[in-house]
Design a binder for this molecule. Structure first.
Ligand SMILES: Nc1ncnc2c1ncn2[C@@H]1O[C@H](COP(=O)(O)OP(=O)(O)OP(=O)(O)O)[C@@H](O)[C@H]1O
Ligand code: SF4
Ligand SMILES: [Mg+2]
Length: 348
């Protein structure tokens, strides 16, 4: 693999549910370089989890990737054999799912679950897996618990998930995803619902895991403040399309797309120089107008304040579909009238 090549490169990915007239994901494109954290942000239903599940090859029944490429370490996962895919899923990509309750077994101990994950990831030999971690696996299980900075690992091994706090359960989920030593971690809303101090600790942990270990991290969140805190790049999804993407400083400092602007305006205290996680905005406001407007025009047209403010100028928005285009070297947006240098500038 070329070392300059991103660890993960999603190109023009389209995913569709059987029977649906429109794709749930349309031409989604972004990269995750090694050692970097990329945040995928957007409203509920914008396609964040579906993007993650497409990459991990774990789409729900009825959903199918219908186009594009998912290049992981240079190999297109959409063209890979079932055997190759199983290998990548088991060892190359670690997934932290959105629902902690479904990801953890209530009837097995912490140690048992971690030993099973180590074994599935090829990190532990075929030793008998007893209710508590086997002697051989105990050292590795302990090491995993230490890596996710859980206190008193020796005692934790024999506890059940319900005996842990919410923050400890999230750390356990991270440990499970790390068991196979994956090059890429995908974390779907891993801090949602946690108190601000615990959230901040978990964000710190993710930063160390990505940067210290040259891992790629795709961090999914509806919360722009969390994205700002952790990510070097932000990808904004709206109705299954990337509407804006680029370096965090640029996307948040000079947002070009009206949707990104509306997300920023929903943040209490918007306008401050810093974006602390403790100022978490909660879920973005529910759309007032239909999320899936007429397929002919811009998918944001029904909610766009820029278009509404100057309808004669934006007739184009309802008749033509904007493309995701670069305004600068690394900052792209999908809008005919991106906000450049604080002004609206029509694209040719
Ligand atoms: N099993 C399904 N059948 C049909 N449509 C589905 C199914 N699962 C998801 N969808 C649709 O796919 C789209 C993307 O859903 P997805 O779960 O990826 O959203 P999300 O951005 O992760 O939202 P949230 O922030 O609520 O987790 C939504 O419009 C949703 O209605
Ligand atoms: S293309 Fe038009 S409707 Fe779409 S976001 Fe830009 S200004 Fe708004
Ligand atoms: Mg989701």
């Amino acid at each position: 693999m070329d070392s300059a090549e991103p660890l993960l490169s999603v190109r023009e990915l389209s995913t569709r549910f059987a029977g649906s007239s429109r794709g749930a994901l349309e031409a989604v494109t972004f990269d995750v370089p090694r050692g970097s954290i990329v945040a995928l942000v957007g409203d509920s239903g914008s396609g964040k989890s579906l993007t993650a599940l497409s990459i991990a090859g774990l789409l729900p029944e009825g959903a199918q990737a219908t186009g594009g490429q998912i290049l992981f370490e240079g190999r297109d996962l959409l063209q890979a054999s079932a055997r190759e895919l199983a290998q990548v899923r088991g060892r190359g990509i670690g997934m932290i799912f959105q629902e902690p309750a479904t990801a953890l077994s209530a009837v097995h101990t912490v140690g048992w679950q971690l030993a099973l994950a180590l074994r599935a990831g090829g990190q532990l030999g075929p030793v008998p897996l007893l209710q508590s971690a086997s002697r051989a696996g105990r050292a590795q299980v302990r090491e995993l618990l230490v890596r996710v900075e859980l206190p008193d690992p020796d005692a934790l091994v024999d506890l059940y998930p319900h005996q842990l706090s919410a923050g400890m359960r999230r750390r356990l989920m991270i440990a499970l995803a790390l068991a196979s030593q994956p090059a890429l971690l995908i974390a779907d809303e891993p801090t949602t619902g946690l108190d601000a101090p615990i959230q901040a600790q978990i964000l710190d942990l993710f930063t160390r895991l990505a940067q210290g270990e040259r891992r790629g991290l795709l961090f999914i969140t509806h919360d722009l403040c969390v994205a700002a805190e952790i990510a070097s790049e932000i990808v904004v999804l709206y109705a299954g399309q990337v509407v804006e993407a680029g370096p965090t400083r640029s996307v948040l400092g000079q947002p070009q797309h009206p949707y990104t602007l509306s997300l920023l305006e929903n943040i209490p205290g918007h306008g401050s120089a810093r974006w602390p996680a403790s100022a978490a905005s909660g879920p973005a406001a529910a759309p007032v107008l239909p999320l899936w407007p007429d397929a002919a025009g811009c998918s944001f047209a029904a909610r766009c304040s820029q278009r509404a403010a100057a309808p004669e100028r934006f007739m184009r928005c309802t008749g033509e579909r904007p493309l995701l285009e670069p305004a600068s070297a690394r900052h792209r947006s999908r809008c005919f009238y991106p906000r450049l240098h604080g002004e609206l500038e029509p694209r040719p």
